[in-house]
Write a protein of this length. Structure first.
Length: 332
């Protein structure tokens, strides 16, 4: 299954990299991270810190954005600024037809999910119900994201600067082909792995590439291809972001595995990556990255899977437990 985005020459001229992280997308995607069990240490500290802080009204958002599958498009309206204030204003202005369409799609795609009665009012465009969703989004953002927002913004800004350099040096082909290990660019189509087959014909509208802090595994887009086209894609992370400082290098673990192998394990734990990405992130030869990843895989600390011409490395539960200092017998 794949996401296919179809360009024209006019679309390439109108394609751009978003200037800021988008607060509404980060709200929605962070809800995914909060509820999914994933083999990464990048979000562990953040999840531990905010689980008890999430407001009760967050349940409204998790109804509209289930942990897996379809999420209503109107939760992530497109704004030029990408700020929370602009996003909330756009959410409050959501057209009644959009609300009805998205909520019908939610019911259709999650047939086994019990939907609360307040969704009926929302589907009718009741402004009190729409306002309640906006207030729930704002409360969640203030409690769970705002304390970390400067760090989140800084890392997204670094990714944007890196992508802008790639665009300047090598053009859109280099940008598209390195967005994700599954990305395949052959004009006029950008193809990426996706949970379902999905086609977007830009038809002269151009595309916004939106780097996202809480996006993980695969890029994501809106379900309705008629909405303003956006492709949200994951960035690389500083592992110490939730601490406000770099993580220590775990001297004991370094003595056990060696410095390079420890760095390779930590890098894979920060986000799934190919051997080539691993080499670039650490500044080591590809042969060294491959050899160290193989050793970690043989020790059960890393899982490797071929995807097309690339090999994707993912940390295992054992590897995560080792990094977090848990005894193997206690690894969930």
């Amino acid at each position: 299954m794949a996401l296919r985005i179809h360009f024209t020459g006019e679309d390439l001229a109108r394609t751009r990299i978003a200037s800021e992280c988008d607060a509404m997308w980060e709200v929605m995607l962070s809800l995914y991270r909060l509820r999914r069990r994933e083999r990464t240490v990048v979000f562990t500290r953040w999840k531990q810190d905010i689980l008890a802080k999430a407001p009760a009204t967050t349940r409204m958002l998790t109804t509209l954005a289930p942990a897996h599958g379809y999420t209503v498009d109107f939760l992530t309206p497109r704004t030029e600024e990408g700020t929370m204030a602009a996003g909330l204003e756009a959410l409050r202005r959501t057209a009644r037809e959009r609300l009805r369409t998205d909520l019908s799609e939610l019911s259709l795609r999650h047939p086994g999910m019990q939907l609360p009665g307040w969704l009926d009012s929302l589907a009718r465009g009741d402004q009190e119900a729409v306002g309640a969703v906006a207030l729930a989004s704002e409360a969640y953002f203030r409690a769970c994201l705002l304390p970390y927002w400067p760090r989140i913004q800084a890392q997204v800004a670094q990714e944007r600067a890196r992508r802008t350099r790639v665009l300047s040096d090598d053009g859109w082909e280099a940008v598209f082909s390195t967005l994700h290990p599954s990305a395949r660019w052959s004009f006029p189509t950008l193809e990426l792995s996706y949970p379902a087959d999905h086609d977007i014909h830009l038809n002269g509208r151009g595309l916004v590439l939106q780097p996202s802090f809480f996006c993980r595994q695969t890029p994501i887009t809106l379900c309705d291809p008629e909405l303003p086209p956006v492709l949200v894609y994951p960035i690389e992370h500083d592992p110490g972001w939730a601490y406000g400082e770099a993580l220590d290098r775990r001297p004991a673990l370094t003595r056990l595995l060696g410095l390079t192998r420890t760095q390779v394990l930590e890098t894979i734990a920060h986000g799934d990556c190919t051997t080539g990405e691993l080499a670039r992130r650490l500044g080591i030869p590809g042969s060294t990255a491959s050899r160290q990843a193989t050793a970690l895989r043989e020790a059960g600390l890393v899982h490797s899977q071929r995807l097309g011409q690339a090999v994707i490395h993912t940390v295992t539960d054992l590897g995560t437990g080792l990094l977090e200092g848990r005894r193997p017998g206690l690894i969930a």
